[in-house]
Ligand binder design. Structure first.
Ligand code: GMT
Length: 372
């Protein structure tokens, strides 16, 4: 098949999933065309079946607002027409699904099939804004196929938008050969020179991630266990988080690492992952950690319980219950036998349920059904 993929190319789970999907599809023999305003950051090596088409927005002075949706539409039309694509797969509905709808109208409905994958806030937050809601509902109804990254997101979308369409829940996936435990890792000595335990969190530091809860939990764990905290990523809450570490006087045991390329090495050097989010349709970062053999302490929100199984691959607590999260963390970090069981279960679940070789064929089958 010839597949066009549009996503947000910057840091973020939806862009990661879209890029990894494109690369995996290319490995499986398909021709993949990324169509977006910048090269996706994970598209960092040459592949002879992968192409990138940049979308340029017009900066004509009369236009006070960016015309990206229209510029993308034109580029989609051009690429479908001249590269003879079969499928346009839009990741994150707004505004990508709107552009795909317009492109299909221009090209003729029989000349291209459009797929929209919902990732989270496109459906649960942005799409619900009064200015977007009718557009969101319309474009989902008029996509040839719609998928969501969790059963939670599928059900929530169908009920909130009162849609009478099929949405297939296809979970996010991971390359479990890349995200894998490592025997020895230089980062462990670097971050925990006295053999302390390591708790890790990665996110975009937006308020929904509740990174302050990670720090509050850490402070409670630290009273009982020698432990370090690694915070990976950057975003609006970072300064507040740095202030909190000083207020709690834990700043010497917390490292803010910012955005990192060596994510797998750092995860593999750590012991426990925390995801205390108040909104999460899936929780790709938790899956990345699980695949490296880290148990996860998370909230029960959204699609997280479809990834992290309570008392099996980690523990689940209510939003903001940092006392409970700390109790769970201490429990795992002070009981080696129990830790090993959870760590093995986390890795096993990543490999057996979410490996890319299991999930990517589901997208292929989805496309094939649309084209049949
Ligand atoms: O929706 C967002 O907040 C952005 C989006 C992204 O691009 O990272 O995150 C969502 O998509 C990820 C990949 O499918 C999921 O793992 C995240 O859970 C989801 N975020 C939210 O639902 C808040």
């Amino acid at each position: 098949m010839k597949i066009g993929i549009t996503c947000y190319p910057t840091y973020g789970g939806s862009g990661v999933v879209a890029t990894e999907l494109g690369l995996a599809l290319a490995d499986r023999g398909h021709e993949v065309h990324f169509i977006t305003y910048d090269r996706p950051f994970r598209l960092d090596h040459f592949h002879d079946r992968v192409y990138f088409h940049g979308v340029e927005s017009s900066n004509y002075p009369l236009f006070e607002f960016d015309m990206y949706t229209l510029a993308l539409t034109s580029k989609l039309v051009e690429v479908v027409r001249y590269q003879q694509l079969d499928i346009l797969h839009m990741h994150y509905a707004i505004p990508h699904a709107v552009s795909a709808y317009l492109a299909r109208q221009i090209l003729g409905v029989n000349n291209i099939k459009t797929v929209t994958t919902l990732h989270g806030t496109d459906s649960t937050l942005v799409g619900l804004e009064p200015s977007f809601l009718p557009l969101m509902r319309f474009t989902l109804e008029h996509s040839d196929g719609v998928t969501a990254v969790s059963r939670f997101l599928r059900d929530k979308t169908l009920s909130t938008y009162q849609l009478d369409i099929d949405i297939e829940a296809i979970p996010n996936f991971i390359d479990t050969d890349v995200y894998a435990p490592r025997e020895s890792c230089r980062f462990r000595e670097l971050f925990a020179p006295n053999d302390e335990k390591i708790i890790v969190h990665t996110s975009n530091f937006r308020p929904v991630k509740r990174v302050q809860d990670v720090i509050r939990t850490f402070e409670k764990v630290r009273q009982q266990v020698p432990v370090k905290l690694l915070l990976i990523g950057d975003g609006p809450d970072r300064t507040e988080c740095e202030v909190l570490t000083r207020e709690l006087q834990v700043q010497d045991d917390v490292r803010f690492l910012g955005k990192q390329d060596a994510l797998v090495d750092i995860l593999a050097a750590s012991d426990l992952f925390m995801l205390p989010s108040q909104s999460e349709s899936f929780g790709l970062s938790a899956l990345e950690a699980m695949s490296c053999g880290l148990p996860v302490i998370s909230t029960s929100i959204g699609g997280i319980p479809e990834v992290n199984l309570h008392a099996e691959t980690g523990y689940i607590a209510e939003i903001g219950d940092t006392d409970r999260m700390a109790r769970y963390a201490v429990d795992l970090l002070t009981n080696d036998a129990k830790y090993k069981i959870f760590s093995t279960a986390a890795r096993k679940r990543a490999v057996e349920v979410f490996d890319k070789n299991i999930i990517v064929p589901r997208y292929e089958a989805f496309y094939e059904r649309l084209l049949a």
